[in-house]
Design a protein around this ligand. Structure first.
Ligand code: NAP
Length: 437
């Protein structure tokens, strides 16, 4: 029987699904010993620090992660940073294969004047702020303004817009960071504009997320009925309408027709609007948009502009991966062929492999495909890696699955009396305290 040692770096969905694929591929003759390495003191990646707190159902996938993590042959090493606490070269030497599942954490830049004004920020900072990510607790966001503009027509932009536009009482029974919840309760924001640069038919939103918007109890959501009808006409004229496009347009039409309750809070969709400048003396005061039109299958600038006065701008326009020494990067992701970094024992899954696209479930088949290639390439298992003793010799405090169980239970216990699923701890010293040191 051959036992291969695999290091998976990154304890998010893509990493767990890679581990699951390896576990499922085990036979009487083939076993895997999996060490999962995570930079944060806690696992679950974007399921903990990305998924919007008002969408708890999406987080139930964490049950699957815990099943994988408690399967024989799986070891968790949290609070271990690749490139700082252990190098890529060391992992490559110790393990039969190294799987990079580190995602994409840097927000893409708009690259327009005024982007760096105070209160213009990226969803890559705002989302982990409201999700209690320990590295983002000090993000400076001022909600003392009536109007916010969110740039982007994807699900991240929509999460951000919804978090700003809903009545914070709806967040009380969630695991939103306590400091963020306090900030949102005193927020003066009442109008949130969400702006896409192309047409409704090109939006990257997904239909279930759009359909959820009509369920908001304290917020009116506005989409121009005629704009959606025009988009529907355009796509129908071009032939068969792709299923996702039709579902999206149907969901947008339903929003546009939904009875408005004259709530003081509103969320307003705008399309064909390219941000060209953020204006303000010291802080954000206004966003100027170039107006586009659609001709055939092209989106072109009309040369006309309009602007929205606002005190907060958040861009949700995609992510890039941060480079890691010892791994080739290209265009914001790891350079790879079908998930293999050629000529090495390095593999890559998730957003670090394919860029920031797809929902959590996308990673299941994607990671599985890469693990098939990894398994095929294996030969002659190496010695059992001694990661724990290496980390201990370097004085690095690391949390294993047992520590995480204690931490997890403590967060859940703290949330229970407050009617919340958990209260996420953010203080690094407190988090590391669960390592029993
Ligand atoms: P995304 O889906 O790729 O959307 C990015 C949006 O930003 C697009 O509308 C894009 O427009 C726009 N954009 C890019 N550059 C721009 C620029 N310079 N100026 C103006 N707009 C620009 O990315 P995302 O929203 O970050 O989401 C990442 C992935 O996570 C997606 O697959 C998403 O579905 C997933 N996600 C899922 C959920 C959920 O299931 N609930 C929640 C959050 C995220 P163009 O199309 O014109 O480029």
């Amino acid at each position: 029987m051959a036992t291969y040692s695999i290091a998976i770096v990154g304890a998010g969905p893509a990493g767990y699904f890679a581990a699951q694929a390896l576990q499922s591929a085990q036979t009487d003759d083939l076993r895997f010993s999996i060490d999962m390495i995570e930079k944060l003191p806690t696992p679950w990646g974007l399921v903990r620090s990305g998924v919007a707190p008002d969408h708890p159902k999406i987080k139930t996938v964490s049950k699957v992660f815990e099943k994988i993590a408690t399967t024989e042959g799986f070891n968790l090493f949290c609070n271990v940073e690749l490139g700082k606490d252990v190098s890529v070269a060391e992992l490559r030497e110790m393990y039969d294969a190294v799987v990079i599942a580190t995602g994409s954490s840097e927000g893409r830049k708009l690259g327009i004047p005024g982007e760096n004004l105070a209160n213009s920020l990226s969803a890559a900072d705002f989302v982990p702020w409201y999700n209690a990510h320990p590295d983002y607790t000090n993000v400076s966001v001022d909600l003392n303004t009536e109007v916010a503009v969110v740039i982007g027509a994807g699900n991240v932009a929509m999460d951000v817009a919804r978090m700003l536009a809903l009545n914070p009482t709806e967040l009380d029974p969630t695991d939103t960071a306590l400091y963020a919840l306090k900030g949102l309760h005193s927020s003066k924001i009442r109008t949130v504009h969400i702006c896409g640069r192309r047409g409704p038919e090109h939006a990257a939103f997904t239909a279930p997320e759009l359909r959820d918007l009509v369920k908001l109890e304290h917020t009116d959501v506005y989409i121009d009925h005629h704009e959606i009808q025009a988009a529907m006409k355009r796509v129908e004229e071009q032939g068969e309408v792709p299923r996702e496009v039709r579902s999206n347009l149907d969901a947008m039409l339903a929003i546009s027709e939904n009875e408005k309750k004259h709530h003081e809070r509103s969320m307003r969709f705008h399309f064909l609007s390219t941000p060209i400048e953020i204006k303000g003396k010291e802080r954000v005061e206004e966003v100027v948009f170039g107006i586009n039109k659609i001709e055939g299958d092209k989106v072109i600038a009309t040369g006309e502009t309009y602007s929205i006065k606002c005190g907060l701008v958040i861009s949700g326009i995609g992510y890039e991966s941060l480079p890691i020494e010892g791994i080739p990067f290209q265009k914001g992701k790891v350079r790879n062929t079908d998930g293999h970094v050629e000529g090495t024992n390095i593999y890559v899954v998730g957003w670090a492999k394919r860029g920031p696209s797809g929902v959590i479930g996308t990673n299941k088949s994607d990671s599985s495909d890469v693990m098939k290639i990894l398994t095929t390439n294996l030969s002659n298992p190496k010695k059992v890696p001694q990661l724990k003793s290496l980390l201990d010799s370097r004085g690095i405090t690391h949390l294993n699955q047992g520590h995480w169980h204690l931490l997890n239970a403590a967060e859940v216990a703290e949330g229970e009396p407050q009617g919340k699923p958990r209260v996420k701890f953010t203080d690094k010293a407190k988090l590391l305290g669960f390592a029993g040191k």
